[in-house]
Design a protein around this ligand. Structure first.
Ligand code: SAH
Ligand code: SF4
Ligand code: F3S
Length: 432
C-alpha cells in the first residue's frame, strides 16, 4: 500500500516519521507524496501548545475530505498519545490512533484498519526507543539521530513527559552504527536529538563520551545536538564541544524566563544567576559559540516586572536567535492547576515586544559578522533564489552565496559581505 506521512512538531517527530516509514517499508509498503493518491494517511502530531493541537485536528478533517474514499486515515505522535480514543469523536472517519511507543504495531494496525476495524493503540510505559528499527536506507546531507527519549524533568507547563514517558538512552554502539550507516548513504552532518539530550547516559558514560564516539565516524563532518537543559550541560560537554573539531559551536539552551521566581514556578531548577554563569562558562570554553534559546511569556502569575526581567536577560545575553511562545495551558500538567491569569492581549503584547527585541539583536549579531569568514556545509540551491547556494555556518546560521552547483554537499569557507536578520550573505567560496 502507498503511505503518506505528514509531520508536525519537533525534530523527534521528524525522526519518528522516518522510523514509521522504515517499519512500513520493511513490511512491503511504499511511500506516497500526495494524500490524494495514498491508501494510508498518517499524521504525526504535536501537542506542546493548544493551538498546535487544534490546527492538527482541523488538518485531519481536511485530509479526510481529500483522500480516496477507501483510504484509511490515522493519527500518530503526541496528540494521539494524549487523547487516545477521544480523537475518534473529534475526527469523523478516523481509522486508527497510534501512540508514541506503538509504532512497531503499525503493519498490523494498517491491515486491521483497511479491513474496516477501528484501532486505538496507545499503551505506554514500555520504554520503547526503536533502537533496532530497520534501515535507514536513504539519507539527506543533514540528518537527525535520536539518542535518548522521554523526559524526567517535569517543567510545570510541559506536556512532553506525559506523552513521551520516562527518560531512556540508546546504547552508544547502536547510535554510532546508525550514524555510520547514514554517512554511508550520503549524510555529512548529524544532529543528536533528545528532549533533554545532555542527560544521555549509557553504563556510566555520559553525553561528552557520546560526542567523542560519534566523532570517530569516518566521513562525518559535523555534529550538532539539541536540546540542552541548563541543569545537565556539564563542563565535560562544554569541553568536548570546545575541543572536538566535528562538534559545531552552537548550543540551544532554553531559558524560558529571566525571572528566578517564574523559573521556580516553572520547576526549571536553576536561577537567573545560575543560567547567566553557565553561559559565561560556555562562552569561555567555546570561542565564537552561538547561543539560542526558548522563551515563554505570560506564564501564570507573570507580573510586568517579571516579564521585564526576561527582557533584561535577553538584552544581557544577546542570544543569536530565540523561539518565543505565549504560555498555553496543557491539561494534566502542574501549571494547569494555577490560574491562567495573564490576559491574552497582555500575552500577545509581551510576545510582540520580545520578538521585536530579538529581531534587532539577531540583526546586530549578524551585522557584527560582516568582514569575517564562515565555514559552510553547502546544502544546495537557495529556495528563494536559484542562482545562489545555501548552507549553514558551524553556528547554525543560514548563509547564501553565489557559487557553482557542484559545491553541494561540500564544506566551503566564504567571506561574509553583508547580513540581514535571516541570513548571512557570503562571497568567494573556497573549498576547505
Ligand atoms: N526540552 C524540549 C522542549 C520541547 S518543547 C526539547 O527537547 O526540545 C519546546 C519549547 O516549547 C519549550 O522549550 C518551551 O519554550 C515551549 N513550551 C513547552 N510547553 C509550553 C506551553 N505549555 N506553553 C507555551 N510554550 C511551551
Ligand atoms: Fe518539557 Fe522541560 Fe522536559 Fe523540555 S525539559 S521536554 S520543556 S519537561
Ligand atoms: Fe511536540 Fe511531542 Fe515534540 S509534543 S514538541 S512533537 S515531543
Amino acid at each position: 500500500m502507498k503511505v503518506y506521512i505528514e509531520t508536525y512538531g519537533c525534530q523527534m517527530n521528524e525522526y519518528d516519521s522516518r522510523v514509521i516509514a522504515s517499519i512500513l517499508a520493511n513490511d512491503g509498503h511504499g511511500m506516497a507524496h500526495d494524500a490524494r493518491t495514498a491508501d494510508v494517511v498518517v499524521v504525526n502530531t504535536c501537542s506542546v501548545r493548544e493551538r498546535a493541537e487544534a490546527r492538527v485536528l482541523g488538518r485531519l478533517r481536511h485530509l479526510r475530505g481529500l483522500m480516496k474514499k477507501e483510504a484509511v486515515l490515522g493519527i500518530a505522535g503526541c496528540v494521539a498519545q494524549r487523547l487516545g480514543d477521544r480523537l475518534l469523536r473529534e475526527v469523523p472517519g478516523l481509522s486508527f490512533v497510534v501512540g508514541t511507543e506503538q509504532y512497531w504495531k503499525l503493519p498490523d494496525i494498517i491491515e486491521s484498519a483497511s479491513a474496516g476495524r477501528i484501532v486505538v493503540a496507545v499503551d505506554a510505559g514500555t520504554g520503547e526507543s526503536y533502537d533496532d528499527r530497520p534501515g535507514p536506507d536513504e539519507a539527506s546531507l543533514c540528518e537527525f539521530v535520536s539518542v535518548m527519549r522521554g523526559c524526567n524533568n517535569h517543567c510545570s507547563y510541559c506536556i512532553v513527559p506525559y506523552v513521551r514517558g520516562r527518560e531512556r538512552s540508546r546504547p552508544t554502539s547502536s547510535i554510532v552504527d546508525e550514524v555510520a550507516k547514514l554517512v554511508g548513504l550520503g549524510a555529512r552532518e548529524v544532529t543528536l536529538i533528545g528532549q533533554s539530550v545532555n542527560s544521555f547516559s549509557d553504563e556510566g558514560r555520559g553525553f561528552a563520551d557520546l560526542l567523542d564516539a560519534v566523532a570517530g565516524v569516518a566521513g562525518l563532518q559535523r555534529i550538532r545536538f539539541a536540546t540542552s537543559h541548563p541543569k545537565d550541560l556539564s563542563i565535560e560537554v562544554i569541553d568536548a564541544v570546545g575541543s572536538i573539531d566535528k562538534v559545531c559551536e552552537h548550543i540551544h539552551l532554553p531559558v524560558q524566563s529571566g525571572s528566578t521566581e517564574v523559573l521556580g514556578t516553572m520547576n526549571r531548577s536553576y536561577t537567573r544567576e545560575q543560567y547567566v554563569a553557565l553561559t559565561q562558562r560556555i562562552r569561555e570554553g567555546i570561542p565564537g559559540v552561538a547561543l539560542t534559546t526558548d522563551i515563554i511569556v505570560g506564564f501564570p502569575g507573570e507580573t510586568d516586572a517579571q516579564f521585564h526581567e526576561t527582557v533584561s536577560l535577553m538584552n544581557e545575553m544577546r542570544f543569536d536567535s530565540a523561539f518565543m511562545f505565549r504560555y498555553s495551558v496543557r491539561e494534566g500538567t502542574r501549571a494547569a492547576e494555577l490560574a491562567d491569569d495573564v490576559p491574552e492581549e497582555v500575552k500577545v503584547a509581551r510576545l510582540q515586544t520580545i520578538i521585536c527585541l530579538q529581531q534587532r539583536v539577531t540583526s546586530e549579531m549578524n551585522a557584527g559578522l560582516v568582514g569575517s569568514s564562515a565555514e559552510v556545509l553547502v546544502e544546495g540551491p537557495s529556495r528563494k533564489n536559484e542562482e545562489l547556494l545555501f548552507g549553514r555556518s558551524r553556528t547554525g546560521k543560514v548563509v547564501v552565496f553565489p557559487g557553482d552547483g557542484g559545491l553541494a554537499g561540500r564544506v566551503v569557507r566564504v567571506e561574509i559581505a553583508s547580513a540581514s536578520t535571516w541570513a548571512l550573505h557570503g562571497v568567494n567560496p573556497v573549498l576547505s
